[in-house]
Ligand binder design. Structure first.
Ligand code: PRP
Ligand code: MG
Length: 212
């Protein structure tokens, strides 16, 4: 029997809520902790546990049919990938921040400055829309440390509770975009699997409605 293949975040902020929404949809997954692939017992579905940043490429290549992923990751790396459903959890902002003691007036304060980020495309697009040119320094994690160690003037990263900014003596000065978890669809999904997607979407819609 044909199964639909879904990618979910292997570990991190979306993992737990992603599995929870599948469970609330009545889809049970046998979950060996270190397994990278699992199969549902009661729905024709396979789950692939992947790194966030890799998911857009897997969708593009048709290695998976659908994914639960942060919209911010699609904006950064998967603008060509379509969204079937907004899922209402893992809400966050993607923002620019500078040290608390900096006097900040406007986006032009970033002109010619160094910005540390894991979201280079998002920052580039945003700055370009404001006519500002900055020097991007790409790092993969712990971005908020950069201004404190003299690596950058400011940073661009995800802000959820704001506690990471606070702990690192930074202040949020520009909200570039707001994001939440979404159900994304591969551009190459087969007709047969589209039918399975419809069933899942129908269930998700009622789960989301019940949650309101
Ligand atoms: C993420 C993100 C921010 C932080 C935001 O980092 O990169 O640093 O969470 O959340 P908050 O506003 O609730 O503090 P994460 O902890 O996932 O680690 P990483 O950056 O090293 O990947
Ligand atoms: Mg971080």
């Amino acid at each position: 029997m044909t199964k639909i293949r879904i990618a979910v975040q292997k570990s991190g902020r979306l993992n737990e809520d992603s599995l929870k929404i599948l469970k609330d949809c009545g889809i049970s997954i046998d979950n060996g902790k270190d397994q990278l692939k699992a199969t549902s017992r009661n729905f024709p579905l396979e789950v692939f546990y992947l790194r966030n940043g890799d998911i857009p490429q897997y969708l593009r290549d048709g290695v998976v049919d659908i994914a639960i992923i942060g919209e911010n990751v699609l904006i950064e790396k998967g603008k060509d990938i379509s969204i079937a459903e907004r899922l209402g959890f893992s809400k966050c902002r993607v923002s620019l921040a500078v040290p608390k003691n900096e006097t900040y007036n406007s986006i032009t304060d970033f002109e010619g400055k160094k910005i540390a980020t894991s979201y280079p495309n998002t920052v580039k697009d945003y700055l370009a829309s404001k006519g500002v040119t900055a020097d991007l320094h790409i790092i993969n994690g712990s971005v908020e440390i950069a201004p404190n160690i003299g690596l950058a003037y400011g940073i661009c990263d995800i802000v959820s509770s704001g506690s990471t900014l606070f702990k690192n003596n930074l202040k949020e000065v520009e909200v570039m975009l707001k994001s939440e978890a979404v159900l994304a669809v591969s551009p190459t999904i087969s007709e047969e699997r589209k039918e399975l997607l419809k069933k899942i979407q129908f269930r998700i819609k009622s789960v989301l409605q019940a949650r309101q």
